[in-house]
Ligand binder design. Structure first.
Ligand SMILES: Cc1ncc(COP(=O)(O)O)c(C=O)c1O
Length: 363
């Protein structure tokens, strides 16, 4: 959709990246690190002061006692961390429970390791997990459950009852959890982010994956990290050692310092909640009906009052004829389930949101 957006000079609310600049202070810290000569290979698990800053951060946020030395690994992005976790645990024939709509890398990451994704659909329109369905799909072959909270594209988040259900399913089994928490700081309406790191009994079987790109508006950096218990991290690093080996040094040096400013991440929810709320207000002048978004910088909207077209055709037509690009939800389903919902990214400048709303009000 981004390629089409460029071709038709459309306003792009499709792809999930901010169009406003990243923090200048962080950019300056990277510059400083480069000038001071931090330009050679970083240690394989990551720059130690950064791992220490992350350990302090998760202690502060989630009361988690992750060891910088043995449990935290810096990775080239969140997607890589998820891929590496899956590669660490999967053998051919293994099954992984995946919730749909699903971020696009999950299923290929499972299949390339010889595994099978066992798909469970989140329930429209709140996109909640149907745990009865999960129970039915768990088998002797289930190696892992892959979670994503806050969820891309639906904006739904895990609640305490989900944690209880998850616990009741995995306790007493060898099932791992791979938890994609790249939107940990983008959660609204004072909801807590229920990281696996909060729960020692779940953390002990989890690879929890994060992304600096999503936190600091620098998706092009492709820098993230995975936190897992020492025994799992040891195996995770065996895969990482012979793949990327290590991540770019100056960014890690800069982030080690920047992470100490708690405000740099605690302010993110408020900042994006304002954008969400402004976008909701703007959309009231259109015929689209917005669904709920409790987190991430995405919100779904149904166009069922406007057209009977399938979501893919409608999204393409919107881009070509009305100059506004979105992502059809069916792209996040293997079977192309079509609830006539489009994904909008509201993590954009006010002027972009206003330009988009102006075009949307004509549809
Ligand atoms: C759910 C989810 N996980 C992971 C990522 C990617 O993170 P990174 O860019 O750090 O690989 C994205 C980016 O869109 C995402 O939406």
């Amino acid at each position: 959709m981004s390629a089409l957006a460029t071709e038709y000079s459309a306003v792009n609310l499709g792809q999930g990246f901010p169009d406003f600049p990243m923090d200048e202070q962080l950019a300056e810290l990277v510059n400083k690190a480069m000038k001071e000569g931090f330009n050679q290979y970083a240690p394989m698990p990551g720059w130690m002061p950064l791992r220490e800053a992350i350990a302090d951060k998760v202690q502060f946020l989630y009361s988690s006692k992750a060891s910088a030395d043995a449990e935290i690994t810096i990775t080239p992005g969140g997607t890589y961390a998820i891929y590496t976790a899956l590669t660490t645990i999967l053998q051919p024939g293994d099954e992984v429970i995946v919730f749909e709509p699903a971020y696009d890398s999950y299923i290929p990451n499972i299949e390339v390791n010889g595994g099978t994704a066992v798909l469970v659909k989140l329930e429209y329109p709140e996109y909640k997990i149907n745990w009865e369905e999960v129970r039915k799909r768990v088998s002797k072959k289930t190696k892992a459950i892959l979670l994503n909270t806050p969820n891309n594209p639906a904006g739904s988040v895990l609640r305490e009852n989900d944690i209880d259900e998850l616990r009741s399913i995995v306790t007493g089994t060898n099932i791992f959890i791979v938890s994609d928490e790249v939107y940990e700081h983008i959660i609204f309406d004072n909801l807590p982010h229920l990281s696996m790191l909060r729960y020692p009994d779940l953390h002990e079987r989890s690879f929890t994956c994060f992304s600096f790109g999503k936190v600091y508006h620098c998706t092009g950096w492709k820098l993230g990290y995975c936190i897992a218990p020492a025994s799992l991290t040891k195996e995770f690093r065996k895969v990482h050692q012979f793949n990327a080996f290590s991540c770019h040094t100056p960014m890690q040096v800069a982030l080690a310092e920047f992470l100490r400013f708690k405000e740099s991440y605690t302010s993110l929810s408020g900042f994006l909640q304002q954008k969400r709320d402004y976008f909701i207000r703007l959309m009231q002048k259109t015929r689209f009906e917005l669904l709920n978004s409790c987190g991430s910088y995405f919100i779904g909207a149904t166009y069922k009052n406007i057209s009977e077209e399938d979501d893919r055709s409608f999204a393409i037509r919107m881009t070509k004829e009305f100059g506004i690009a979105t992502i059809p939800f069916s792209a996040f389903y293997q079977d192309g389930k079509d609830d006539k919902v489009l994904r909008f990214c509201f993590g954009k400048k006010v002027s972009t949101l206003e330009a988009a709303a102006e075009k949307l009000s004509r549809i």
